[in-house]
Design a protein around this ligand. Structure first.
Ligand code: GDP
Ligand code: MN
Length: 378
């Protein structure tokens, strides 16, 4: 789940990080009204991307009239594929220094990692590339957490305008928020030192682990809408995990692991998977919905069904597919390979009801499904 700035910054405020006063506005009149309360302000597009500044989605306004004008220009803009529907009207902050601070889930160390740079702002990526030393990295031991000393060590030797201690305590709070919200990424860019010596978060980006949605409760409901295809949205509504992959071999397998293995095998034999689709152990009850969604993808030229039973019985899964197939009557070839608990019954069922012989070996089924698309199986 991704959270936009206007949702994420109040969460920072909740752990004691200073953020500018801010109001949300959905039309120019609201923007002008908010600016009348706030004074000299910044009008900021609210879209889940870090490219707003460069795209003209962030503008300074000295008074309500200017704020109205900027809101008029920014609302409706498209930035990085996102249409701007909301802006924030934020108190202007006199910037002396722009820093970068984030906590990310680092796959290499399998730990949280603190990233910190005194060269923050809109060009932080370029700065980090041309000058790799500009980005400090510190792996955090999750059992120990991040102490003030660790945070101070990460900033040691950098000119932070005399605000070293405040910056260090901001980093400690940032890590606390990262833990509290089950974040995968919590980024402040820029974290600024103001001309009057305060440490203020001007922007914030938050990505929360999807699986923690239940325990994050109310916040989860404020995640920004994902970019999904119509079919992906339909699958989501039916509680299925479906991702379009652009190929033409449709894949229906039970379990995410087997599905990914099947995708790899399709690629290995020179084909391209059309989708990832996770039906789990519920292949029987969800087969109809799952197949219907798969088949609506106009790119699909063949279907590969790969079931592997342990606790879940493959004959029950096969029955779901057979019934759905008879009902939907798709005009593409289908290839089965079935192993594990209930396989004899499942294979007999597919032969009897569909007149199709499942393959003994998964490789052979994959090759046949790839060949049926017209691609030459390697
Ligand atoms: P992003 O481009 O989408 O990452 O948007 P940011 O919120 O990071 O803002 C981009 C840039 O706008 C910052 O790096 C600042 O230089 C500038 N900016 C944002 N808020 C203020 C502000 O209150 N005062 C001033 N002077 N500049 C600001
Ligand atoms: Mn930013």
């Amino acid at each position: 789940m991704n959270f936009e700035e206007y949702v994420a910054k109040p969460l920072l405020a909740g752990v004691g990080i200073t953020v500018p006063r801010s109001r949300l506005a959905e039309d120019p009149a609201e923007a002008a009204k908010a600016a009348a309360e706030i004074g000299a302000c910044v009008v900021k597009a609210q879209v889940p991307t870090g490219k707003r500044g460069k795209a003209g989605g962030i503008k300074l306004a000295a008074n309500p009239d200017e704020a109205r004008g900027h809101a008029e220009a920014i609302l409706g803009m498209e930035i990085d594929g996102h249409r701007v529907m909301k802006v924030t009207i934020e108190e202007q902050v006199p910037i002396a220094l722009e820093l970068y601070a984030s906590i990310v889930s680092d796959p290499q160390s399998r730990s949280p990692m603190l990233l910190f740079s005194a060269m923050g702002g809109m060009d932080v990526e370029e700065a980090a590339e041309t000058n790799p030393d500009a980005m400090r990295r510190r792996v955090i031991d999750i059992t120990e957490g991040l102490s003030e000393e660790d945070a101070a060590a990460a900033c040691a030797g950098l000119d932070l305008g005399g605000q070293e201690a405040d910056v260090a305590s901001t980093l400690v709070r940032l890590y606390a928020a990262y833990r509290m919200f089950d974040a995968e990424l919590l980024e402040i860019n820029p974290l600024v030192i103001t001309r009057d010596g305060r440490v203020v978060a001007l922007d914030c980006k938050l990505t929360v682990d999807d699986s923690s949605a239940p325990r994050q409760g109310e916040i989860a409901g404020r995640a920004s809408a994902e970019k999904m295809s119509a079919l992906e949205a339909e699958a989501r509504a039916a509680d299925l995990k479906y991702i379009e992959l652009g190929g033409d071999v449709g894949i229906l397998a039970n379990g995410a692991g087997l599905t990914m293995t099947t995708m790899d095998a399709v690629n290995h034999y020179g084909g391209k998977a059309a989708n990832f689709l996770e039906v789990g152990g519920e292949a029987y009850t969800k087969a109809h919905t799952a197949l219907a969604i798969l088949l609506k993808n106009p790119e699909i030229k063949s279907l590969l069904v790969n079931f592997c039973g342990a606790f879940a019985r493959t004959d029950v899964m096969a029955l779901g597919v057979v019934e759905a197939w008879k009902d939907l009557k798709p005009d593409i070839p289908v290839f089965f390979t079935i192993h594990g608990t209930g396989e004899e019954e499942a294979i007999a069922l597919v032969k009897r009801e569909l007149g199709i012989e499942p393959f003994d070996r998964m490789d052979d089924a994959v090759r046949a499904a790839v060949a049926a698309t017209g691609a030459r199986a390697a």
